[in-house]
Design a protein. Structure first.
Length: 629
């Protein structure tokens, strides 16, 4: 009764109000903190803002792409990251700008078009050429994407393609421009050439101890020990897990049934085709072909009648572009000729010159192959299943060794340099594919010493890295590398000698003498070479590194070109113009390639024009933050 009475007083009511307010403030604390705080790194009028998190994801994917493309050689440092950050944001801005134009023009992409596009992407197809859900899911995981997000991105990309294809449609290279460019490419040149090889230089005087010491110090990068890192690396990938996977006979049989088409070689036929403009002409060709033992007269008759003769090659039924042609071509006996077949392209007559029977590989032949594939799929799934547990263990303070022992990772403890060699210069064995070694070393050498180990994902699979000690690069004592320094000093002296002789020849030609006279006086051999093409290889007598400078010369001009093993001095003696009379195919190819380049340039200019007329605002503070992270 007393409590009920107390609850009705104004004091209790005030206390209840304060309690409610305190809970409300605690509940919306994060919202209150973010009031007035900008989270969009860029804004485009009429489009959703580019949030900082979206830019971070885009930057991370770009860095991963560059590392994959360079096999781990690409390193993001304080100079490169701001540039990549700006490019990532600008790419997202262009997406928004083009999206705005898509909306303005009312461009739509049906669901079926998105589905067909995904199924056509080669990277999502299995060994049987069909869409692989496992490959698709692995791609989503590796790129931190959800299926809905990827579908949204592809839908937007297909809509943009419709607009850009319209812009690119008008791209072409005029015939005159193609002729001049091809003439430039096929131009040949002749030169007088003096090549002074470093190996032919006389033996220099023996270096003194003082000279060796100075050379040793001045070329510290050549005689230093590389940075060494003592690391503990826990590795988890399919190759490590495959031996642990058990595969039943039922799973092998199911995999064989699912991929049966992969083991069936369809019947293939070699087909010749005559395409005529009317049925009467096609009937005459069919009659002639049936009674002819040689295809040459038939081909001549087709061309004389204004038709098209095509060797379709050895094809399977599904490779023929039209069902009517597939039915006709695969209904014939060997050496058979079809009756005319009508399609939207005209009247076709087919001739079978060869039949290759189909075949099927039995389960017994491919059992072990399938066992490995099923084990690899199960291993990939097992690796992803363990990832979250490993990350939680590392975040909870577990060492690499503890996490590895708990979740079946392979531990490698080593002292290595950035190329994966130990202190003795020997390659350290690692359970990763050879092509993935560089990517793993890149992660190791960007991990700070003493930092808490975390899980890295890459071509190597998953790796938990702990850097325990770092030995900086250091100049090795002269006594330890004396012979290396002596050999390098002598090689450098020989190279310097030939460089000076080449420079003297160049100076003589610039003083008005011919290279031939200057070489004769210097007692060095000279060779008249040419005409030779601009492209290296294919019997070109001039080394690749000399061609560029030579094709920049004017008449009688001379240049000096340093090479890895020699110095060359070349004087242009002649230019041979290209004969384009029989280059119709090359001109057509050049026009096609040039049109592609022009189309790409038009697309870029169109996107830039859309950006220029849009209201784009970049948050400089957040962009700077993105470039520092």
């Amino acid at each position: 009764m007393k409590l009920r009475a107390l609850a009705g007083t104004w004091v209790a009511k005030v206390l209840f109000v304060l309690l409610i307010l305190s809970f409300a403030v605690w509940g919306i604390e994060d919202m209150l903190r973010n009031i007035g705080r900008e989270t969009a790194i860029a804004r485009v009028d009429g489009q959703p803002p580019v949030e900082l998190t979206e830019a971070q994801d885009s930057l991370r994917r770009e860095v991963q792409r560059l590392q994959r493309a360079t096999e781990g050689r690409f390193q993001v440092d304080g100079r490169i990251r701001p540039i990549l950050a700006q490019q990532a944001v600008e790419s997202l801005v262009i997406d928004r700008v083009v999206g705005r134009e898509v909306n303005r023009m009312g461009v739509a992409v049906p669901d079926g078009a998105v589905r067909d596009y995904i199924w056509s992407i080669p990277g999502f197809q299995g060994a049987d050429g069909r869409f692989s859900r496992l490959t698709f899911d692995n791609f989503l995981r590796q790129n931190d994407l959800t299926e809905d997000r990827l579908l949204q991105m592809l839908r937007a990309d297909l809509a943009r393609q419709q607009i850009f294809n319209a812009v690119r449609a008008g791209a072409l290279v005029p015939p005159v421009a193609a002729q001049r460019l091809l003439a430039w490419q096929l131009e040949s040149r002749s030169v007088n050439l003096v090549e002074l090889r470093v190996a032919d230089a006389p033996e220099p005087d023996a270096p003194t101890e003082a000279q060796l010491a100075r050379f040793h110090e001045n070329n510290a990068d050549r005689f230093s020990r590389p940075e060494l890192r003592e690391v503990s690396v826990g590795l988890l990938n399919a190759a490590i897990l495959v031996p642990q996977m058990e595969v039943s006979e039922r799973e092998i049989e199911d995999a064989y049934a699912a991929h049966r088409a992969r083991y069936e070689t369809p019947e293939r036929r070699r087909l010749l085709q005559a395409l005529m403009t009317n049925e009467e002409a096609a009937l005459r060709i069919a009659e002639l072909w049936v009674g002819s033992a040689d295809d040459a007269p038939v081909e001549a008759a087709v061309r004389e009648a204004g038709g098209t003769w095509t060797d379709l090659g050895v094809v399977e039924r599904g490779a023929l572009p039209l069902p009517a042609l597939a039915t006709a071509g695969f209904a014939l006996d060997a050496n058979g000729v079809s009756t005319p077949v009508r399609t939207p392209f005209g009247w076709h007559v087919l001739h079978v010159t060869e039949i290759q029977a189909g075949a099927t590989r039995a389960l017994a032949e491919v059992r072990e192959e399938l066992r490995q594939e099923v084990a690899a799929e199960k291993a990939a799934d097992a690796a992803f299943d363990r990832v979250n547990s490993i990350q939680d263990a590392l975040a909870g303070g577990a060492s690499v060794e503890e996490a590895s022992q708990r979740y079946g990772m392979r531990v490698v403890a080593a002292r290595i340099d950035a190329m994966g060699r130990n202190a003795e210069g020997q390659e350290v064995a690692l359970p990763v594919p050879p092509a993935a070694r560089r990517a793993l070393f890149a992660e190791i050498f960007t991990t700070a010493r003493g930092s808490a180990p975390r899980l890295h994902e890459g071509e190597f699979g998953f790796a938990a890295i702990e850097v325990k000690e770092v030995t900086p690069a250091a100049l090795r004592p002269l006594a330890e590398v004396a012979e290396e320094v002596r050999a390098a000093f002598i090689a450098d002296a020989r190279r310097r000698h030939q460089e000076q002789r080449a420079a003297a020849l160049l100076a003589a030609t610039r003083a008005g003498r011919s290279l031939e006279d200057a070489a004769r006086e210097a007692g060095v051999p000279i060779e008249a070479i040419g005409p030779f093409p601009r492209q290296p290889g294919q019997g070109n007598p001039v080394p690749r590194e000399f061609l560029g400078p030579i094709f920049e010369l004017r008449a009688n001009e001379t240049t000096m070109v340093p090479g890895p093993t020699s110095f060359a001095v070349a004087q242009l003696t002649g230019v041979t113009a290209a004969d384009l009379s029989d280059q119709a195919e090359a001109l057509a190819t050049l026009r096609q390639e040039g049109a592609q380049a022009v189309a790409e340039d038009l697309e870029t200019q169109f996107a830039n024009a859309l950006r220029a007329r849009s209201d784009v605002r970049i948050n400089a503070r957040l962009l700077e933050q993105l470039g520092r992270e």
